[in-house]
Design a protein around this ligand. Structure first.
Ligand SMILES: Nc1ncnc2c1ncn2[C@@H]1O[C@H](COP(=O)(O)OP(=O)(O)OP(=O)(O)O)[C@@H](O)[C@H]1O
Ligand SMILES: [Mg+2]
Length: 295
């Protein structure tokens, strides 16, 4: 599969001098076209900063981001972002259909095609028939579906999602997770999604990147070798799911995540920031070792 996203040596520092804060340090990873990758990491470790750098909303202070080979220096036209807070990201004075059509205003798309594409994408997120309503007339879960539809309408090469389901109830969250996987499969989208929720990362992803505490660096890169067809009940009950979620949880509790840069006594000769994962379960750890070698 061709590479969609290449992040190399990415560093972002907020402020200067005494007030300087390095949020992300020397991050490197690639995302292949058609992948659904999740990022998990402790609160405040720099996940949103990373997504902002990838989306060109803020410039990196070091390293580079390439989207299908082109260096990102502003917000790329073929990239879309879904934020956590749907109530602040949708325009309350526009109907649902007009909200969804909004990104197409800057593309050479006729009015008729705009409304057709909005209707199609609303149908794909299970919201046909609500185009004439206003966002505030919908439930929270429906509003987040509208945000997802709006992100998909411009057929982005890469969809970034920052804690997209954190504001909805547990059942809606499960429905939105399934929707994300279905849409990703049907449209062949490439998605990079940030979540706090370990179970969610394993359930959703083909791959989970685990970040260290601030400044974020990658401590593991796990392949999620669960079957492509997932089910909220049976997948989460499966032995492999339980094993993978345990592996991610252990990584998040590891000293490398809690104290980046400080050598772990067990792996001190390998240098700071290096992680060796011993889970007794070798499947899925090859990428972890590779990531550790890169860090
Ligand atoms: N605009 C800013 N100016 C200065 N520091 C900032 C700014 N935005 C974020 N930070 C700091 O950078 C660090 C990383 O923040 P970021 O929002 O990227 O973390 P996060 O991993 O997304 O956190 P959370 O899981 O809580 O959403 C934090 O210490 C934060 O205080
Ligand atoms: Mg964040």
């Amino acid at each position: 599969m061709p590479t969609m996203l290449e992040v190399s040596g990415l560093t972002h520092q907020y402020g200067q001098g005494e007030r300087a804060h390095v949020a992300v340090r020397d991050l490197a990873f690639t995302i292949e076209s058609g992948q659904l990758a999740c990022i998990v990491g402790p609160s405040g470790c720099g996940k949103s900063t990373l997504l902002r750098c990838i989306s060109g909303l803020i410039p990196a202070t070091g390293g580079s981001v390439r989207l299908h080979g082109d260096e990102v220096s502003g917000v790329p036209g073929d990239l879309a972002v879904v934020f956590q807070d749907y109530s602040r990201s949708l325009f309350p004075w526009l109907t649902v259909a007009k909200n969804v059509e909004f990104p197409l205003r800057w593309q050479k798309v006729s009015k008729a095609e705009r409304s057709q594409r909005a209707a199609e994408v609303l149908e794909s997120v299970g919201l046909s028939g609500v185009g004439k309503k206003y966002p505030w007339q919908l439930s929270g879960g429906m509003q987040q579906r509208v945000s997802i539809a709006r992100a998909l309408v411009s057929r982005p090469a890469l969809l970034l999602m920052d804690e997209p389901f954190a504001s909805v109830d547990a059942q809606t969250r499960g429905e939105l997770e399934d929707l994300t996987r279905r849409v990703q499969r049907d449209l062949g989208s490439t998605i990079l999604l940030v979540t706090h929720d370990i179970d969610e990362s394993v359930y959703l992803a083909d791959r989970v990147l685990v970040l260290s505490k601030s400044p974020a660096s990658i401590v593991a890169d796990l392949t999620i070798d669960l079957p492509a067809e997932r089910n909220q009940i049976t997948t989460r009950e499966s032995e492999r799911f339980v094993s993978l979620r345990g592996e991610v949880a252990r990584l998040l509790q590891s000293p490398q995540v809690q104290r980046p840069g400080e050598p772990d006594p067990a792996t001190a000769e390998s240098g700071p920031g290096t992680t060796t994962v011993e889970t007794g379960d070798t499947a899925g750890t090859a990428d972890t070792a590779e990531a550790a070698a890169r860090s």
